[in-house]
Design a protein around this ligand. Structure first.
Ligand code: ZN
Length: 125
């Protein structure tokens, strides 16, 4: 499962952030995933407990937001949201010379860190 390795890489990144902030408990992880990222958010949710077990993130809540893919048209120079991800044509002029601006990435939007011993929480963007 490809999502397992995605999850591992993500956790490495988050655990590093937690270490930098001297937090030992990760409360919330907010992710943004584009439709062309090739990541199934359901599989990612299922992979998460397997990978986070025994780490500071094991009780974390995973919040996943889907972001729309957007393209820029080289012909009419307009930006638009992609409706059909298999077809990146410009909806304004039907041009196929478009470039993908967003939608093929998974980004870590923010995390909420805390301490197992206390209630202090920190929001890291
Ligand atoms: Zn166009």
């Amino acid at each position: 499962m490809h999502e397992l390795s995605v999850c591992r890489a993500l956790l490495r990144q988050i655990n590093q952030i937690a270490e930098e902030h001297l937090a030992d408990d990760i409360k919330v992880i907010r992710l943004k995933i584009g439709p062309l990222a090739g990541i199934d958010s359901e599989l990612l949710r299922r992979a998460f407990p397997l990978v986070s077990h025994g780490t500071a993130a094991q009780h974390a809540t995973l919040e996943i937001t889907s972001v729309p893919a957007t393209i820029f048209c080289n012909d009419c120079e307009k930006k638009s949201d992609v409706v059909n991800i298999n077809q990146l044509t410009c909806p304004h002029c039907n041009s196929t010379t478009t470039q993908l601006l967003s939608g093929d990435e998974m980004t870590l939007d923010s995390v909420i860190l805390g301490q197992q011993s206390g209630t202090e929480e920190r929001y890291v963007h």
